[in-house]
Design a binder for this molecule. Structure first.
Ligand SMILES: CC(C)(COP(=O)(O)OP(=O)(O)OC[C@H]1O[C@@H](n2cnc3c(N)ncnc32)[C@H](O)[C@@H]1OP(=O)(O)O)[C@@H](O)C(=O)NCCC(=O)NCCS
Length: 151
């Protein structure tokens, strides 16, 4: 499958905004989110509409196929590390290596800026996916676990 990765352009008139928001909503619908995650989601929506605020350092990558956006990842630069905020592959595009390709792309970008590690909170269902790529376990929650990828 021909997959093109590119950074999303996020501003109120951008078509990418719709693609990113759709992926966020589908992600929130699919993985069970507790109130804490809902707060994170609300904060991210805020980011879409006020992308120029200095405190928002979230970046979005889109994986496009001929039929449109198949997958999306969002990550934020923190002080010494990178937080993978979201990763969502549309259901009909799963199992083609797109999710893995996007995560490796984030890893490569983080390496170039010389960050220490990438971390994220993964739902239980996605733990094997991240572990396969070399993420290692951190704090365990009821339905999720913190994972870290040392750079
Ligand atoms: C988890 C997710 C991102 C995987 O995307 P994907 O494009 O289907 O994954 P890939 O095709 O790149 O898979 C890479 C490898 O991981 C394996 N894998 C993928 N998802 C897996 C899962 N849930 N459990 C076990 N293995 C999995 C694949 O079989 C593949 O292994 P292989 O190389 O031996 O064939 C996708 O299923 C998804 O969007 N899920 C819902 C949202 C979610 O959980 N996001 C992550 C947390 S925010």
């Amino acid at each position: 499958m021909d997959i093109k990765l590119r950074m999303a352009t996020i501003h109120p008139e951008s078509r990418d905004l719709i693609a990113v928001a759709n992926c966020e909503f589908e992600l929130a619908r699919e993985i069970s989110i507790d109130p804490e995650f809902k707060g994170i989601l609300a904060e991210r929506m805020n980011h879409f509409f006020y992308p120029n605020r200095k405190e928002h350092r979230t970046k979005q990558i889109l994986a496009e196929v001929s039929r449109g956006v198949a997958c999306y990842a969002a990550y934020s630069f923190l002080d010494n590390n990178v937080h993978l905020d979201s990763l969502y592959v549309k259901k009909c595009f799963r199992g083609f290596g797109i999710g893995e390709k996007l995560v490796y792309d984030v890893i490569e970008r983080a390496r170039q800026i010389e960050f220490d590690e990438i971390f994220l909170i993964s739902p239980k269902s996605a733990l094997p996916f991240y572990r396969k790529m070399g993420f290692v376990g951190g704090q365990v929650f009821e339905n999720a676990q913190e994972l870290v990828f040392p750079l």
